[in-house]
Write a protein that binds this ligand. Sequence first.
Ligand SMILES: [Zn+2]
Ligand SMILES: [Zn+2]
Length: 190
Amino acid sequence: MSRNPGNRVSVKPKNIIMERTKIQDLQHMEHLILQTLFQASLKDENGEEITLGEYHFKFSNAVRTAGQCRPGEKLIKLSRRLCEANLHQWDKIKAILLHEMAHAFTAKIYGMKHAGHTPKFRKVARQLGTPVTGSQTPKGFNLEIPYKYKLTCPNCGKVTKYNQKVNRSCGKCNPGKYDPRYKMEISQIH
Ligand SMILES: [Zn+2]
Ligand SMILES: [Zn+2]
C-alpha cells in the first residue's frame, strides 16, 4: 500500500475494538495492517503531530510471540501464523498491532529508554485504544496459533500436537515412562 500523507486520520480510540471487519485472506489483512500503521497519528507534548510513516511491517515466523516492535530498525512484525489463523478476529489482531505501534510511538515521543512496558508506554497505548498494555496478551483473547507437528501413536492412534519435533512415546499405551514400542510418529501439519 502506498502512503498518502495528505490523508492521515487520527486513530479514534473508542471505535477500534468494536469494529467487525470481514477479512478474506492474509493480503487483505496486510492491507489493513499497513493502513492502520500509516494512518495513525498522535500529538506529542508540544502538540506536534507524530506518525509512524518511516516504519515498515513484516509478517514473522514466530509461534510464541504475537507481535514485535523494533524501534531501532523502524520495524513492526506480527506472527504470520497467528494472523492466518485469526482472519475472522481482526479486532484482536488490531489490538496487538496497536500495542506494537504504541512501542513505536513511545520510542519516538519519549525516547528509547521509555519504549518498554513503562508508564509512558501505557499512556500511549491507552491513547491508541488498545487493551493490550502489558507483555502478555490478555486472557479472553483466545488467539490461536496452530501447531506445527502432529504426533500419532502407531498402536492406539492417539494424536497430540506440538510446535517442536519431540521424541515421545504414547502415554495411553504405556503411561508414565518412555516406551520405544509406542514411539509416536511425527508428521508436519500444513
Ligand atoms: Zn509490548
Ligand atoms: Zn497409544
